[in-house]
Structure formats: C-alpha cells, structure tokens
Design a protein around this ligand. Structure first.
Ligand SMILES: [Zn+2]
Length: 289
C-alpha cells in the first residue's frame, strides 16, 4: 500500500513537472508530455528582418511575435516554434539588413515547415504574425491549405478590432494614428516595453516618418511600389513619441487576445473534422465526374 502510494506521488510529480514551451529547449523525452499538455498545439511566431526607422532593431517584428508567444504560453501552454523570419518583404530590399527570399521559396518553406511540425505530432498550428507586409501572403497560404488533404489545421491569428481597447489606446497615444504604420509610436512603444536596450531613441527624429505621397496619380489601383512611394526610408509615424507604458498596454492586449484564441483552438475538433469532410466530398465528386 505504502509502495503504491509512493508510486502514485512519483507519477503525479512526473506528470505535473514543468516543461519548457520552446521547441529548442525541450528534450526528446519531454516530447510526449509537451504534445499532451499543448493538446498537440504549436505557436509559429512569424517575424521579418527589415529596417525599423532609424531607431528600432532590424528584428523588431520577430522580437514582438516571439515575446507574444512566450507570454501567451505562460497563460495557456503551447509549444513555440523557433525563430522564423521568412516572409514577404520585397519592398525593403534597397535597405541593408533586409532578408528577403524569393516569393515561391517563401511559400514552399512555410508549407514544408508546417508539414515537418505536423510530422512531429502537432495537428494544430497557430500562426501569429508581427510584420505588416505578411497578412496577404499568410491569408493566401492558409487558402492554399485547401489544395490537398492534410491531417493538421493552420490557424492564422487575424484579429478584428476591439472598440474597448481602441478607446484606451487612443486616450494614451499622442501622435496621429493614421500615419503610425511602421516604427512609429505604436511599434516603438512595444519595443521600449519589451527590449528597451535595443531602441536608439536619440535617432528617432533623424529621419522623417511622414508619408511622402509620391504616387497619387491613379485612384483605386493597388501597386507593389506603393510602400516605397510613401515610405522609402521604412519609417511611418513618429517613433519619438513612443513610451514603455503604451507598449505595455499594446502587449497586454495582444497577449490576452491571442491566449483566448489559443484556448479555443486547443479545444477545437470541428475544424479538422470539417476539413476532412471537405476532402471526402472532393474525392467523391472527382470519381463521379
Ligand atoms: Zn514592424
């Protein structure tokens, strides 16, 4: 009886043992527990390497996405995939520090990465993105998941506006929200909160983050050169107005909102079922025709 009790305690201990959330920090022997604890869910934070105004680090978007993932996983456990900074950043190739792979490779790399993640036991992959040039690419990537059947689901965190939060944000910020798109008040604040030692605030006014409006001749037409036309220095907004306090507000909101989505994803069985049903229908219609 006493021996049984000791075994029970040992068993409980090994089950409740804290394990890291970062893929690279887990041991191979932790893997079964990581899969169970995460409900086979992994976060894939995607960033980019590109200039962030005169003051921000090149990896600002990677740093932000990784920090969100770590904070989210503390609230709601999931494994976190290591540094991933391959995305759409063709518009910044004229500035040093930009890492921009060919577009077809970028798509294939993400597809192969997700397949390889799934081969390791995960069937739910939550993509969280830190880079403003990525959403169109990521939505297309998610649509491409319907091209062929797979035994996992890609979830892309693509939040709708939250009026309550927007109100708080508007009350705290000091620069114009409309022009604050890249390394401006919002993003600089996030970095000042997350990694202040990497922000060179004294340089934040050495360049202009104003819209240069160099391409306004044809309305309602989208062109790849639009960003370069408006923000050739990869600076959009006023970084000098950033504060760590604002950064905390933004980060806390982002983290709680992703954690909420992650909790639902871990419980979700409907998406994979429906995905499988869809491919059954595709097969049926293909043999009928
Ligand atoms: Zn950024």
């Amino acid at each position: 009886m006493r021996i049984l009790f000791i075994f029970l305690i040992l068993g409980l201990n090994s089950f409740s043992q804290e394990i890291p959330s970062k893929w690279e920090e887990l041991t191979a022997s932790d893997w079964p527990q990581a899969l169970e604890k995460s409900k086979r869910t992994i976060i894939l934070p995607i960033g980019i390497l590109e200039k962030h105004g005169p003051q921000g680090p090149i990896g600002s978007d990677l740093i932000r996405a990784k920090e969100w993932a770590e904070r989210v996983s503390d609230l709601e456990y999931a494994v976190i995939f290591p540094d991933y900074f391959y995305g759409q950043v063709n518009e910044a190739r004229h500035i040093q520090g930009t890492f921009s792979l060919p577009s077809d490779l970028t798509m294939k790399l993400l597809e192969a990465t997700c397949k390889e993640i799934a081969r390791n036991g995960f069937n739910k992959i939550l993509i969280i993105n830190g880079h403003g040039g990525n959403p169109s690419f990521l939505r297309y990537f998610v649509q491409n998941q319907m091209e062929s059947q797979r035994d996992y689901v890609i979830y892309f965190y693509d939040p709708e506006g939250d009026p309550e939060y927007e109100k708080k944000l508007a009350a705290q910020r000091t620069s114009d929200a409309a022009g604050d798109m890249h390394a401006g008040e919002r993003e600089t604040s996030e970095l000042l909160y997350l990694r202040p030692e990497l922000v060179q605030m004294e340089k934040s006014t050495s360049e202009s983050g104003k819209d240069q409006m160099r391409l306004k001749n044809i309305p309602n037409i989208y062109r790849g050169i639009w960003w370069y036309a408006s923000f050739p220095k990869h600076y959009a907004g006023r970084g000098e107005t950033g504060t760590a306090e604002l950064g905390k507000l933004i980060t806390d909101h982002q983290v709680s909102s992703i954690a909420k989505a992650l909790k639902s994803i871990k419980e979700d069985t409907e998406t994979l079922n429906l995905q499988n049903q869809y491919f059954d229908d595709v097969r049926k219609s293909s043999t009928e025709n």
